[in-house]
Design a protein around this ligand. Sequence first.
Ligand code: DX5
Ligand code: ZN
Length: 236
Amino acid sequence: MTATDFTPTQLRLAPSILSADFARLGEEVRAIEAAGADLVHFDVMDNHYVPNLTIGPLVCEAIRPHVTIPIDVHLMVEPVDSLVPLFAKAGANLITFHPEASRHVDRTLSLIRDHGCKAGLVLNPASPLQWLDHVMHKLDIVLLMSVNPGFGGQQFIPATLPKLRAVRQRIDAHMAAGGQPIWLEVDGGVKTDNIQTIVRAGADTCVAGSAVFGAPDADGGYRTVMHTLRSQALQR
Ligand code: DX5
Ligand code: ZN
């Protein structure tokens, strides 16, 4: 541990339902909430911005009554704006998008907030931090991709760690100057054996798909892996 290690006041775990059993989705989201999840991470892929194709507002609406925790919608779609009202209506609480997929980033952030959701930008492994430059005051969340978007079960890219530290510094400086709180979320390849390093580098919100849903069964399995993720993350 170094003097610059970060300790979150609140650590949020966001299991990604991309790795859930889609035939039993209601049961799966109830199980992760019971196992201690803070958010449901909901990956939307359009076979255009990313090569994969997943789920839309109808599925968001279908799982909404099954959980009380917020639904964290990660839009990997292009264009973005037309889906925002649909997801807000379907019960999304947070909506994040990739800035290069929106022609008017500032406008999309306002659109999300105007629909009553928390708004955030997602930066791919090769996306520069300059995307944050003029919109810090409009962000509730920054999501750093630690894999290239499109698939679950990929390997964590280590270059995300210095990037996490740099974004943590920006957020802390922003808040020290009186700015609103901004969550720092990381997505891709988060496991029980690397979450501690990831959180120490600055993350306060961790997505985990295959690490959670790859656990043997919904009863003991999800609870055990979530407990291990949380205790590893916060061990100092
Ligand atoms: C990838 C998705 C992730 C994915 C994470 O494009 O955004 O949310 O489900 O899955 P794991 O944790 O398996 O890397
Ligand atoms: Zn995601």
